[in-house]
Ligand binder design. Structure first.
Ligand code: SF4
Length: 164
């Protein structure tokens, strides 16, 4: 059986291979914090540390949604951040792959649905992939990216679109 380190290495190589097959280039991600406790954000940040180092495999976190293929959203969407999420979504490039990171983003989590919290990203914008966990491990976030690429590939094939 493979060690955790070997399994993580396999995941990263798979990610690089799938980006090449599906996009023909690197993947650009914009992170949106729509009201998280920051636990999910810390797990996301580990993806670029020297252990996971996914930038080396072709994933880039970008400052502008206009340059992003994917939005990674943390938090259950507070009313204060609703507008920011909508504006970021509208500014993002097609195909606007939205990945909800963590229990809050997937369905409200421990904050649920209240006067101040919408209770999940899909209450505001369409979600491509849900990554549960409180917070999810970095490996689960990588698997979420892979699922989003699979979904994009399938949707493009059904529409008869050329991907790259
Ligand atoms: S899922 Fe957990 S770690 Fe992530 S934002 Fe919600 S409470 Fe925080």
């Amino acid at each position: 059986m493979k060690s955790g380190k070997e399994q993580t290495a396999d995941l990263r190589w798979t990610l690089q291979k799938r980006m090449k097959e599906v996009l023909g280039r690197s993947l650009h991600i914009r992170h949106v914090d729509s009201g998280s406790c920051n636990g999910c954000d810390f797990e996301m940040n580990t993806l670029t540390n020297p252990i996971y180092d996914i930038q080396r495999f072709g994933v880039d976190f970008v400052a502008s949604p206009r340059h992003a293929d994917m939005l990674m959203v943390t938090g259950g969407v507070t009313r204060h951040l609703e507008e920011a999420l909508i504006k970021t979504y509208n500014a993002a490039s097609e195909p606007k792959m939205v990945v909800a990171i963590g229990a809050c983003a997937c369905g409200g989590g421990i904050f649920g649905r209240t006067y101040a919290n919408y209770g999940g990203v899909d209450q505001i914008v369409p979600v491509y992939v849900y990554v549960p966990g409180c917070p999810p491990r970095p490996e689960a976030i990588i698997e979420g990216i892979l699922l989003a690429l699979d979904r994009y590939e399938e949707l493009s094939r059904n529409k008869g679109e050329k991907m790259h």
